[in-house]
Design a binder for this molecule. Structure first.
Ligand SMILES: [Zn+2]
Length: 241
């Protein structure tokens, strides 16, 4: 590119996206004189889903702003908690985030996910159609124009991923109301009504408490319950802070 030169600064939260080997604090960028500021930021490796306000010489501008020579651009990180206007807050997770999807469902957060990868185009289309926030660690996927809203998942550890999503979006929590297998709603159930779905040992030992209205899966307080309860209690504690 051989056009106007501008100066761009990024906050520390976004430095991980920037191409290595350059000074992250502030950098001079040569643009082509026609590209929007959004395009310039993306070309430096930063997904626009992670970008909040954009200030040019102290004045807020939209991503469609076309930078002029010697402008000083300050890129801010997206604000937390992030507001996603226009739809109830619900999510769509890419194929690599199955554990996070199950944990969000455990907390009652609407989290669409399939084990089979539908492909980037189908995920983006589903995000648009159902107005779901697409969660991914794939920057290429998050760059797709058609997605309704998206967010980069910063950690590869499910525990940190859950903290990150809860802090970023502050979704309303309703633990034990959603099926962790299919995202359906749970309804109260007792042992008698679901007897034919239970193994003998389960029938004798555990108290059934819920059944999925979509896939019919039955939930009881079994061997995994303490571990799940710990996840729920931690999330409730942290969101209450
Ligand atoms: Zn289900």
């Amino acid at each position: 590119m051989n056009g106007p030169e501008i100066h761009v600064t990024f906050p520390p939260d976004l430095h991980l996206f920037l191409t290595a080997g350059r000074t992250p604090a502030g950098r001079r960028v040569v643009t082509d004189g026609a590209a929007t500021l959004g395009h310039v930021i993306e070309s430096l490796g930063v997904p626009l889903t992670e970008v909040g306000r954009l200030l040019v010489d102290g004045r807020e501008v939209p991503v469609s702003h076309i930078p002029r020579a010697e402008e000083r651009v300050e890129v801010r990180a997206v604000e937390r908690p992030q507001q996603v206007p226009g739809a109830p807050l619900r999510f769509l997770l890419d194929v690599h985030l199955g554990t996070l999807a199950r944990r969000l469902r455990l907390l009652g957060v609407d989290a669409a996910y399939t084990n089979e990868d539908p492909g980037d185009a189908a995920l983006a289309a589903l995000s648009a159609r159902e107005r779901r926030v697409l969660l991914s660690r794939d920057r290429g996927l998050l760059r797709r124009r058609e997605i309704w809203a998206g967010a980069y998942v910063y950690s590869d550890r499910p525990e940190d991923q859950l903290d990150d999503v809860l802090r970023r979006f502050a979704p309303a929590l309703a633990p034990w109301t959603r099926c962790t297998a299919c995202n359906g709603d749970l309804t109260d159930a007792d042992k008698d009504s679901v007897q034919e779905r239970l193994e003998g040992g389960t029938q004798r030992t555990y108290d059934v408490f819920a059944q999925c209205t979509s896939c019919g899966r039955v939930y009881w307080r079994g061997a995994h319950h303490a571990r799940l309860e710990a996840i729920v209690n931690k999330a409730l504690r942290e969101t209450a802070r």
